[in-house]
Design a protein around this ligand. Structure first.
Ligand SMILES: *Cc1c(COP(=O)(O)O)cnc(C)c1O
Length: 392
């Protein structure tokens, strides 16, 4: 093999995710895992039953249509209209994917030429850097800084160059919990229109917004419907992260571009889950309100508990993550803190730096997931409180 590295230049440095390392530590030590963002209880029974029923009836057990089963494409289009007034044609403007992750990967593979620049909010979901790299693109991060974690619009404008192809947005934002507001969305939309940029908008936390804050898809702003690909999935909205059923909606040209790439990645998304997803998206409003209230309650439980434990807490407007600064505990390096935490008190969390292009940014910040049972969150808080007053 001539001493050549096995991993190609595009993937060099991507390594194993911190989530794998931290979840392994959690499993080995029996620590409470507030690291990886998956719920510890399953979603609605009737949605699970719909998947079982689909398998029993032979719905989707063989290759479904590559673009997704018509029932689900229609349900996705109805969902976009019901919640946001967005009108999309289920035949040409909706594509079903193997989770939101595949939609993001396919979009970047389809839309980027090597060297094209992609503006991202930083910190960001770890798949963005990897998918941009695999597509041969160049990531241009715009940093969201504590304590507000809001984008600096001047910085965003300054980040655009003649090589900028698209803005990869994520709101509600993982890991900070920021939900972009009307003024921010309007400014970003004006920038996209003015500089003729595409927007890929990852909205997997669309139903997890709190305190009366509203999620507004950027596709609903003037001039944006024709240049925005909106991406979401079943995982976070219905607590079935293992089903990996997602979708992208947008103008026919953008959807066709995604479909061109993804037909050669997975060809199609798992069939029975698509039928169950169609039922999930049609659940009545009280399901979505209940999910939100339930998660807000858990957010407050964890955020209040972390504050009691002496951390500096940033209460999120959306998602199921809370960020906290460990400086008041006498620590400065969140990576070291998170590595020791399972041993010291039996809790797993993730350092913000793994989400940052510049690992020095967010150095003392830690992300905790609150999509866990309330008794688990209470126990985690009790354990973390035991750190108070102990030497760093
Ligand atoms: C969890 C997550 C995803 C992944 O969604 P899947 O449907 O599981 O692929 C995408 N984006 C963000 C920001 C996430 O937190």
């Amino acid at each position: 093999m001539g001493g050549r590295p096995l991993l190609n230049r595009r993937l060099a440095g991507l390594g194993t995710t911190i989530f794998a390392e931290m979840s392994a530590i959690a499993a080995a030590t029996g620590a409470i895992n507030l690291g990886q963002g998956f719920p510890d209880t399953d979603g609605p029974a009737r949605v699970a039953e719909a998947a079982v029923r689909a398998i029993g009836r032979g719905h989707g057990n063989q290759y479904p249509p590559s673009q997704g089963v018509p029932e689900l494409r229609r349900a996705v289009a109805e969902h976009q209209q019901r919640f946001y007034g967005l009108v999309r044609d289920p035949d040409t403007e909706v594509v079903i994917t193997t989770g939101a992750t595949e939609a993001i990967a396919a979009a970047l593979l389809a839309l980027l030429e090597p060297g094209d620049e992609v503006i991202t909010l930083d910190p960001s979901y770890d798949a963005y850097a990897a998918c941009i790299a695999m597509a041969g693109g160049v990531r241009v991060p715009v940093t969201l800084r504590a304590p507000s974690f809001r984008p600096d619009l001047d910085e965003l404008y300054a980040a655009v160059t003649p090589r900028t192809r698209l803005i990869l947005l994520n709101s509600p934002h993982n890991p900070t919990g920021t939900v972009l507001g009307p003024a921010e969305l309007t400014a970003i939309a004006a920038l996209a229109v003015d500089r003729d940029l595409l927007v890929v908008s990852d909205e997997v936390y669309e139903h997890l917004v709190y305190d009366g804050v509203r999620h507004v898809p950027i596709a609903s702003l003037p001039g944006m419907g024709e240049r925005t690909l909106s991406i979401s999935s079943l995982g976070k909205s219905f607590s079935f992260t293992g089903w990996k059923t997602g979708w992208a909606t947008g103008p026919a040209g953008l959807v066709a571009a995604v479909q061109t790439a993804r037909q050669y990645l997975t060809f199609t998304a798992p069939g029975p889950f698509q039928y169950a997803a169609a039922e999930a998206l049609r659940l009545p409003d009280d399901y979505f309100a209940g999910l939100r209230d339930d998660m807000r309650h858990r957010r407050d439980l964890l955020a209040d508990g972390l504050r009691e434990a002496g951390l500096d807490v940033f209460r999120p407007q959306g998602t199921y993550f809370v960020t906290a600064d460990i400086t008041p505990l006498g620590h400065r390096d969140a990576v070291a803190f998170c590595r020791e935490l399972p041993e010291r008190c039996g809790v797993v969390a993730v350092p913000h730096s793994v989400f940052h292009a510049d690992p020095e940014a967010g150095r003392s910040l830690v992300r905790f997931a609150f999509c866990k049972r309330t008794e688990v969150l209470s126990e985690a808080v009790t354990r973390l409180t035991s750190l108070r007053g102990r030497p760093a």
